[in-house]
Design a protein around this ligand. Structure first.
Ligand code: PLP
Length: 430
């Protein structure tokens, strides 16, 4: 397998794009080597500039739940393009999209479209602050909510009362308003709330975390957060940018039965186009301009082409609950197969799995929070990644990411992935 063209492109890219990529994790820094440049994709496959093909488990970090270039989405976009690209004025499709989202996601009574997950979370937090008149937010270590200033805060060890910025350019002032707790630690949250009584606007979290590798909420964690928020008048925000429309058509909130006050969405909602959204209770969403005083706007928000793609995707998911039973089955088969492979090789690494999302952690310890995740052997993960890539299986290039399955994966693909998994594990432990 040659990757010469990708390498040449990467050398050119580095002269004109910071680090050669438009989003950091695309560079293969965590796994070694240079990134592969993709030329096209169809169904379960990516095709690179050198003519290699890969069965892939990233699916654009989630959006391509139906596989690449699904004909329904393709047709919706092709049709929409005939009528112009953007008007900066309201359209019928935005109304239909809003109705669809409200019908699908339990917590959402009103919704505002934006252009990315980052915009959705930034806006949701502003609205929560405007609604409550409070400044502080609580987030969890290892949860990712996009690159907004408020979210780039390191938790440090234990419960940090005052965060420090995780990135140069984030001011101390912003950091001071972000409180962080370890995931799955209700007592830590209670301590933060007690120490900041009357000052906390919202608690934001991934109800299933995809961004430190896959981590599940322990029994009672989400219920406990709901109870704290109810008692203290704090807005509970589920960041379902990854899990929305993926773990169930109504997101993980449908699956777990805990209803947040607000929800942020992205990834699948655009069918592959740049789209995000935030929504929630009417009373809260009516704070948003021009209905209310909290300002938030977007020249390209609700873009007609993006709405066509998103609407085609969501309509399909709404009408085909078999998507989720199929994905759950594919996920179960793959995870059982991977566990069987490890047993054969005498390995006991941890696999976390919910529906069509999973992570193989190179640690034998249970992974319920970021500290646990960090016990993983990332060097070994890097070797595993390269061993899989060599065998034509394209994984997320970091231990701290989830894999995403699509309905384009057949039983045959799963067998190929399992064979590669066995051979790769065998190779890297040899
Ligand atoms: C990807 C992601 C975001 C950010 O979305 P972008 O579209 O990349 O800005 C926010 N929250 C979660 C949970 C995500 O997975």
């Amino acid at each position: 397998m040659t990757t010469q063209t990708s390498e040449q492109l990467f050398q050119r890219a580095k002269d004109f794009i910071p680090g050669g990529v438009n989003s950091p994790v695309r560079a293969f820094r965590a796994v070694g080597g240079n990134p592969i440049f993709i030329k096209s994709a169809k169904g379960a496959y990516l095709y690179d500039e050198d003519g290699n093909s890969y069965i892939e488990l990233i699916n654009s970090w989630g959006p391509m739940i139906l596989g690449h270039a699904h004909e329904l989405v393709e047709k919706a976009v092709a049709d929409a393009i005939q009528s112009g690209f953007s008007y900066g004025a309201p359209t019928r499709r935005e109304v239909e999209m809003a109705e669809l989202i409200v019908s699908m996601v339990p917590s959402v009574e009103k919704v505002r479209m934006v252009n990315s997950g980052t915009e959705a979370t930034m806006s949701a937090v502003r609205v929560a602050r405007g609604y409550t008149g409070k400044d502080k937010i609580i987030k969890f270590e290892g949860n990712y909510h996009g690159h907004g200033d408020s979210f780039l805060i390191a938790a440090g060890s234990g419960v940090a009362t005052f965060g420090s910025p995780d990135s140069p350019g984030v001011t101390k002032g912003v950091a001071n308003d972000t409180l962080t707790a370890p995931y799955n630690d209700l007592a830590a949250v209670q301590t933060l709330v007690d120490a900041n009584r009357g000052n906390v606007a919202c608690i934001i979290l991934e109800p299933v975390v995809g961004n430190m590798g896959l981590v599940k909420p322990l029994d009672g964690f989400l219920e406990g957060l709901r109870a704290i928020c109810d008692k203290e008048g704090i807005v509970l925000i589920f960041d379902e940018v990854m899990t929305g429309f993926r773990l169930a058509k109504g997101g993980f909130q449908e699956r777990c039965g805990v209803t947040p006050d607000m929800t942020t969405m992205g990834k699948i909602i655009g069918g592959g186009m740049p789209v995000g959204a935030y929504g929630g209770k009417k009373e809260i969403m009516d704070c948003v301009s021009p209905a209310g005083p909290v300002y938030q706007a977007g020249t390209l928000s609700g873009n007609p082409i993006a709405m066509a793609a998103g609407k085609a995707m969501l309509t399909y998911l709404n009408e085909n609950s078999s998507v989720y039973t199929h994905l759950d089955r594919v996920g179960d088969t793959l995870i059982q197969g991977m566990k069987a492979n490890m047993t054969k090789l005498g390995l006991n690494y941890t696999i976390n799995h919910v529906g069509s999302m999973f992570t193989l952690f190179f640690t034998e310890q249970q992974v319920n929070n970021f500290e646990d995740a960090k016990t993983s052997n990332t060097e070994l993960f890097g070797k595993y990644f390269q061993a899989m890539l060599k065998r034509g299986i394209y994984l997320a290039p970091s231990q701290y990411e989830s894999m995403f399955l699509s309905t384009a994966l057949t039983d045959e693909h799963i067998q190929l992935i399992l064979e590669a998994n066995y051979e790769s594990l065998k190779e890297i432990i040899a």
